[in-house]
Write a protein that binds this ligand. Structure first.
Ligand code: PGA
Length: 273
């Protein structure tokens, strides 16, 4: 099984191999943007130049802006939601179902971001339930995992990332569903802090996540799954991170609100060998 198989011929023939994958670069606009500033950001991204064929791009848009952004954003960038409901449609006041997102043309949803785990108390079990809802609605999912500074300093990186965040996904999805899941490794201490994990630090955890997938899902899924890095990723450090063997993309917050998202991150993604 390979994501390569799902790509249009015209795209796949321009790619070398990269294990048959494209990098996945996600933007995360978080809770930012007026009508005016969002239109300006769309115009900036639309004018930022060519995205290499080996980079798939999606931006996580605040839900109230999704309908307008989907209509105006360049078509080689897809739109992601930043959350979805754990339930379907019905008597769930204030919720936004995955089916509604899919109906509006949303392709991806970011789930389990550490800001939601911390601020909304989202558990790994809830993230797994939301992931299933999203997949059932036809969406693809970036599942965020990652440890806090205190957890890293206590030597608990694998305990948190593998035995809690990843473990909740075990046994829940078919192979064809796993083909629509990406894992975003986002060490909490690197998010919004300007402190980026070094390429070596990130690579170490990415390799552990791929090892977990190989053991707990299958070697084929482990090979095909894109594992993104997130946490103060920007133009200046993208190439170093993306050159590591198990870093298959990024999830970018602050720098996704600027042209740099395209000109610094996407255009600096090294051509797959
Ligand atoms: P940052 O955010 O790039 O601003 O650190 C990353 C994220 O939260 O996804």
């Amino acid at each position: 099984l390979s994501l390569h198989d799902a790509l249009p011929i015209s795209t796949s023939t321009t790619m070398a191999s990269f294990n048959g994958k494209q990098y996945l670069v996600g933007g995360n606009w978080k809770c930012n943007g007026t009508k005016e500033s969002t239109a300006a950001l769309v115009a900036t991204l639309n004018g930022a130049g060519v995205i290499p064929a080996w980079v798939e791009v999606a931006v996580g848009v605040p839900s109230i802006h999704i309908a307008s952004v989907i209509g105006t954003l360049r078509k080689d960038i897809s739109v992601a939601a930043q959350d979805c409901s754990a339930t379907g449609n019905g008597a769930y006041t204030g919720e936004l179902s995955a089916a509604m997102l899919a109906d509006f043309g949303v392709k991806w949803v970011i789930l389990g971001h550490s800001e939601r785990r911390v601020n909304q108390g989202e558990t790994s079990a809830l993230v797994a339930t939301k992931t299933k809802q999203a997949l059932d609605a036809g969406l693809s999912v970036m599942v965020c995992v990652g440890e806090s500074l205190a957890e890293r300093e206590a030597g608990r990186v694998n305990a948190v990332v593998l035995d809690d965040h990843m473990a909740a996904l075990k046994g829940k999805f078919s192979d064809s569903e796993w083909a629509r899941i990406a894992i975003a490794y986002e060490p909490v201490w690197a998010i919004g802090t300007g402190v980026t994990a070094s390429p070596e630090q990130a690579q170490e955890v990415h390799a552990s996540i791929r090892g977990w997938l190989s053991k707990n899902v299958s070697p084929a899924i482990a090979k095909a799954t894109r594992i993104q890095y997130g946490g103060s990723m920007k133009g200046a450090n993208a190439a170093g991170l993306l050159s590591k063997p198990d870093i298959d993309g990024g999830l970018i917050g602050g720098a996704s609100l600027k042209a740099e998202f395209i000109t610094g991150v996407c255009q600096n993604a090294p051509e797959p060998k």
